[in-house]
Design a protein around this ligand. Structure first.
Ligand SMILES: Cc1ncc(COP(=O)(O)O)c(C=O)c1O
Length: 417
């Protein structure tokens, strides 16, 4: 039996599985076009590529407006300011997410309240949202994690009943669909990220999408120091930022957007192949996909059963990675176990101390998310699904090798601990 690569054996593969990002001559030409034009900067008063990208992205999502910004994080900061959060307002969100979903709430002087997730999709559980609503709740930020849409019908129903804003964090969910509707146009507004790992990218970049024209204009203003299109540049009516996107970013994104449907379809086809491969193993199972969604596969989620192999998911990840397959542990802990939330000394004065309430975040708050993070939740990067289909067979070879490793696996666990 071949020796595990982590113990010095020959790995199943040496080449990366799936190259990312995909950059072609089209992107090179688009950048050259901007450089030849000699205008790199875009603003609310004048832009070529950014204005066209905003129109094209809005059309792709099926909304009235898209507002381009410098990152997904900037998009969250802006949209949460634009809905008018006040000091001490509560915003309900998910613990199974990237840090910016939660910190953008604090940057807007509001208090994040974490509602546990559905163990199957890892998305916020509408029943848990209901339980966390108080008279201070102002908004819900749902995340379509990995590219699997959250339960938007139930979320919108709760929001309507209680008069809350719903912001979709679709940073990982370009072109995902929920019951025939594209995400990004279901809540009151949504955000997208175009950072390097995302399904379309310019290295960095972000956008806000919405059907609310007034909200979109507030976002444009906040993106640009609180200015207004109908006033001179030195007129600043609100507390904004410089979160503008450049012409070069937009030119690249226009090309990437044209390629996105094909990239996404290929990921969906290869996800089915990967699910078939995983269904042969009892220790790593394909992640659940609801029958009424179209997944965007920023990530391919898989569920680990630590009891089957007798090693932790951290060990499994290291062993499989050594074989040349990029299996990841995913989020190591729920977002609220990062020191910025769990250590009261690190919390900013505003809003936590000003509101005169101690807010405690820590272990036990969301048991489902904690189990996912610590024991069972793993993922493969979505770009692996843009590798040639036959190369995915290497995943089967690597898992087969691990499944048969027996004592070697325990030796690896000792070595890695
Ligand atoms: C769920 C989620 N929200 C927000 C962001 C922030 O996007 P960006 O990296 O473009 O700032 C990310 C990026 O990783 C993300 O995954």
């Amino acid at each position: 039996m071949p020796k595990l690569a982590v113990l010095g054996g020959e790995p199943v593969r040496r080449q990366p599985l799936g190259k990312w990002p995909i950059i072609t001559d089209e992107e090179v030409e688009a950048v050259a076009r901007v450089l030849r034009r000699g205008k790199l900067f875009a603003s609310m008063y004048s832009s070529e590529e950014v204005a066209k990208f905003e129109e094209e992205f809005a059309a792709a999502v099926g909304v009235k407006r898209a507002v381009a910004v410098s990152s997904g994080t900037a998009a969250l900061d802006v949209v949460l300011r634009a809905i008018g959060l006040k000091l001490g307002d509560e915003v309900i969100t998910t613990p199974y997410t990237f840090i910016a979903t939660a910190t953008s709430i604090v940057h807007n002087y509001a208090v994040p309240v974490f509602a546990d997730v559905d163990p199957r999709t890892r998305n916020i559980d509408p029943d848990e949202v209901r339980r966390k609503i108080t008279e201070r709740t102002k908004a819900i930020v749902v995340v379509h994690i990995a590219g699997h849409p959250a339960e938007m019908d139930e979320i919108m129903e709760i929001a309507e009943e209680k008069g809350l804003y719903v912001i979709e964090d679709a940073a990982q969910a370009h072109l995902a669909e929920y019951k025939g509707r594209k995400v990004g146009g279901i809540g009151h507004a949504a955000i997208f990220s175009f950072q390097e790992s995302k399904n379309m990218t310019a290295g960095e970049g972000g956008a806000i999408t919405t059907n609310d024209e007034e909200l979109a204009e507030r976002c444009v203003s906040l993106r640009e120091h609180g200015r207004r299109r109908d006033k001179p540049w030195y007129y600043h009516e609100s507390l904004g930022w410089n979160y503008r996107m450049t012409e070069i970013q937009a030119a690249i994104l226009r090309v990437q957007l044209r390629r996105l449907p094909a990239i996404t379809e290929e990921r969906r086809r290869n996800a089915e192949r990967l699910s078939k491969i995983l269904s042969e193993f009892d220790f790593l199972r394909p992640g659940y996909v609801a029958p009424y969604v179209k997944h965007a596969y920023h990530l391919y989620l898989a569920d680990y059963d630590p009891g089957k192999l007798g090693v932790s998911k951290a060990v499994l990840a290291r062993v499989v990675q050594a074989e040349g397959i990029p299996l990841s542990e995913g989020y190591y802990w729920p977002v609220y176990e990062n020191p910025i939330f769990s250590d009261p000394e690190r919390m900013p004065e505003v809003p936590f101390k000003v509101i005169g309430r101690q807010v405690r975040y820590g272990r036990g708050l969301c048991p489902v998310a904690e189990r996912l993070c610590y024991e069972t939740g793993m993922w493969f990067p979505g770009h692996m699904l843009n590798a040639p289909a036959e190369e995915l067979e290497d995943v089967a070879r690597a898992l087969e090798k691990v499944a048969r490793a027996g004592d070697e696996l325990r030796e690896a666990a000792r070595k890695l601990s």
